[in-house]
Structure formats: C-alpha cells, structure tokens
Design a binder for this molecule. Structure first.
Ligand code: HEM
Length: 432
C-alpha cells in the first residue's frame, strides 16, 4: 500500500477527474498522463464526484491497484458493472437487462467461486505449454503479415495496413471462426470498444446521451446471432479449436448455458485481438519516438521480449476496470465504504515513478518490468501468454527485414476510456 497521508485531500478536482473519465483524453498523451501524474502525487486514492456519474474512487498507484486486484471477494467485479458508464448509459443498460448491470456474462463480470469455475474451463488452453503448440502456425501468419507490410513500397499506415489483421487472424484461427468472417469480427469489435469514438459510431443510432449503451447492445446482438450457429455446429461436430472447447464444456456437471458461452466468445473475439494489435502498433510508435531502442533491438533479438513488455507498459491498451467494495475497508489511507466503486487506472500504475524510473521513457531494457497492462490478481488477463507470443514472433519476423523506419504523419488514437490504442500510424520505411 502507498503511504497516502490523512492530510491529503481525498476529493479530486473536477477538471482532473473529468480528464480521467473523458474518452477523448486518451487520444492525447499530453492530456491524460499529466492528469494521472497529478493523481499519483496528490490523491493516490481520490474521490471523483463528477456531474452525470455516480461517485467513485480513482486508484492510480501501482501498489494500490495490485492490493485491490488481489482481493476479488472484497473488491467485486460482479456486484456492479466492471466497466465505467455515466448514469444515462448505466440506466439504459440496467433497463434493457432486468436490472443486471453487466453488459456481457463474461469472466470479467464474475466473482469467485463462480469466476474460478468458469475460468478453469479454458485456463489450461491458455497456459504457455499449450500456447507453444500454436507457435508454428502463428509464425506462418506473422511472416505473411510482414510480407504484406513490405509490399507497401516504403510507406503505409501500420495499423490499417498490417497490425489490425495479424492478431485478428491468429485468434480467429485458434478460436475457429472462418477466415471470410474475420472482417465482420473486426467491425463488431470496433463497434464494441469504439462506442465513444466518432469514427466508430454506428450511423443508424441517434446521438443520444445513452448512445454508447445502445451501440454496445446492437454489437452484442450481432455477435450472439453470429455465434449461435457456430455453437450448434461445434456441439454436433467438435474440432480442435477453442470454440469447440467452450461449446462442449460442463459447469457443475451440466452443459454450459448459452449466455455464458456467448460471454466467453465475446470476450475472446474482442479482447483477443484489439489489445494485441494496438500494442504491436504501440511498440512501433515507441521505437519511432526513441530510435535508439530500435537500433538496440535490431542488434540484439534477445531484447524482443523486453520490447513487448515495454510496449505493454508504455501503451496500456486497457485503460481501466471497475471494482465495487463488498465491505468497509481502506486503501491508500482512504476509508472505503461497502458499495463504493473504484476505478483501477492501469495507464497510471504503468507510469508510477515509485516503480518505474523515468516512466515516460520507452526503454526496452527495463528489468524487471512489472507492468500492470494485464491487470493483477484473479482476473489477470487470461490471454497474456498468447498476446506476448504473437508480438514476439511478429517482431522476430519483422525486425530483420526492416532497415529503418520513421513516422510519416501524426499517429491517431481511438477515443476510449476502456480498451483501445492506435488507429492510425503512418510510417515511412526502408527494407533491409
Ligand atoms: C496485449 C494484449 C492484452 C492486454 C493488454 C490485455 C489486458 C487485459 C486486462 C487488463 C484484463 C483485466 C485484468 C483485471 O481485471 O485484473 C484482461 C482480462 C482478460 N483478457 Fe486480456 N489482454 C490482452 C490480450 C488478450 C488476449 C490475446 C486474449 C484472448 C485470446 C485475452 C482475453 C482476456 C480475458 C478472457 C480476460 C478476462 C479474464 C478474467 O476476468 O478472468 N486478452 N486482459
């Protein structure tokens, strides 16, 4: 725990609190990171009372985020929504869902013991020993993605010409979604995570205060109707894919219910590629901004895992998850009451100067690099080994083929306070 003192004001000034919840802030490092630094320095666990939102605590220090993550029964994912909504969207969501605050019945909406049973259905599949089986297939996909990139003749948008498709193809192949449907999965993921981004707004939906929740619902309905045919197919004809594993799994001796199978599918079909592609782009951005790091890793491929971890820390594609206290307690010297909501700010934990020297510097030689990009505790990312393997293999294939590269315009980030990162990364490059 941090040594926050009682004398520090717990209330976060309105302008800072608004920056942290505003999806637009995450498109500009010069807006979001100074605000997070202010929080870590002045109100490490601070109370935000923002018009239009229920009050909440913002937890910004590395140690406090870990303390909360480690206690899933005291800091619940299930009691209230694990994603931050403003009141208008929260009300729409609950009204659509018979009072249930959760968008999807996925692992992130559960607490132990239910969470433990559902997570164990796939946890062996996601272990490094099993993931290594995929290495050869992943390398074939990585090589093809690198070839595709190099065909752009010295100039391209790294995100839309390369990074968006590579992790998508890896996870959809492992999952069992046919290649011709990958574009549809990408579109739905962008609808899902991009609800606040004007470029991703569904044209048919009016721009009302609860538009985000409406877009989430529309995207989810499309996902569910797509997956129901595939579930039926995998129950009749199981294959060696993740969808067959989930569709045919048993919980308490009974076949998994459709609602929970769907929750799993949506988590994998969305979190399984968006995070990885934005971190892959983020690694390129880090090397473009700190060219000595590109030279280092080109000379020494053993630094590629360090490049991957630093890209995760420096970009933090997941901006927050929420928790709800189930009893009175304290964190960082602040008294937390049962029912209080807490926002865990991973980008802040990942720039915490008490853990990372020069936290704004992109340094692939950091060791140890105890970043929180995958969260911490019971809900720590299930797909972390797959995500890291994909990025390692991609850079093992790309770096020997790339002599040099630089930015060819301003990068653009998705407007989101939840999951996302780069959407445009124009680069100029020279082949090796
Ligand atoms: C760069 C890549 C990734 C990042 C940064 C990332 C980040 C995260 C974070 C922060 C959490 C929540 C942790 C918490 O609440 O403590 C999470 C959970 C999760 N992630 Fe990832 N993720 C990545 C890749 C993946 C991949 C490739 C998959 C699947 C194929 C995946 C599937 C999941 C699932 C299913 C959960 C829910 C786990 C639970 O609640 O028990 N993620 N991830």
């Amino acid at each position: 725990m941090t040594d926050a003192t009682e004398s520090r004001p717990a209330l976060i000034p309105d302008d800072i609190a608004r920056i942290v919840v505003d999806p637009k802030s995450y498109t500009d490092d010069d807006v979001i990171y100074p605000a997070l630094k202010w929080l870590r320095t002045n109100t490490p666990v601070g109370r935000a009372e923002i018009d239009g939102y229920d009050p909440m605590w913002i937890v910004s220090k590395h140690a406090d985020i870990m303390t909360v993550g480690k206690q899933p029964n005291l800091f619940s994912n299930a009691a209230e929504s694990e994603i931050l909504y403003d009141r208008a969207n929260d009300q729409f969501m609950k009204a659509m869902n018979n009072g249930n605050p959760h968008l999807v019945s996925s692992l992130t909406a559960m607490d132990p013991p239910m969470h433990t049973s559902y997570r164990s259905l796939t946890s062996n599949w996601f272990l490094p020993a099993n993931i290594r089986r995929l290495e050869e297939r992943v390398r074939v996909i990585a090589k093809a993605s690198v070839e595709r990139l190099l065909q752009f003749d010295g100039r391209c948008d790294f995100m839309s010409d390369c990074a968006l498709y590579y992790p998508l193809h890896v996870i959809m192949t492992a999952f069992g979604v046919p290649e011709e449907d990958e574009g549809r999965m990408l579109r739905l993921t962008q609808d899902f995570f991009g609800v606040h981004d004007p470029d991703e707004h569904r044209d048919e939906l009016p721009k009302s205060p609860d538009a985000a929740a409406k877009q989430w619902h529309a995207a989810l309905n499309d996902f569910y109707s797509y997956f129901s045919a595939l579930t039926k197919d995998r129950r009749e004809r199981p294959r060696d894919d993740l969808m067959s594993l989930i569709a045919n799994s048993q919980v308490d001796g009974k076949p998994i219910e459709e609602e929970y199978a769907n929750g799993y599918y949506v988590a994998i079909a969305t979190a399984g590629h968006d995070t990885t592609s934005s971190t892959t782009g983020g690694a390129m951005l880090g090397m473009a901004r700190f060219p000595d790091q590109f030279r280092l890793v080109k000379e020494n491929a053993a630094l590629i895992p360090g490049l991957v971890d630093e890209a995760l820390r420096w970009n933090s594609p997941v901006k927050h998850f929420m928790r709800t206290a189930t009893a009175d307690t304290s964190i960082g010297g602040q008294e937390i009451k049962s029912g209080d909501r807490l926002m865990l700010s991973y980008p802040s934990g990942n720039r915490d100067e008490s853990v990372f020297a020069d936290p704004d510097v992109f340094d692939i030689t950091r060791s140890p690099n105890r970043h929180l990009a995958f969260g911490w505790g019971a809900h720590m990312c299930l797909g972390q080994h797959l995500g890291k393997l994909e990025m390692r293999i991609f850079f093992e294939e790309l770096l020997p083929r790339l002599k040099s590269f630089e930015l060819d315009g301003d990068p653009k980030l998705v407007e989101t306070n939840f999951v996302g990162g780069l959407k445009r990364l124009p680069i100029k490059f020279e082949k090796a």
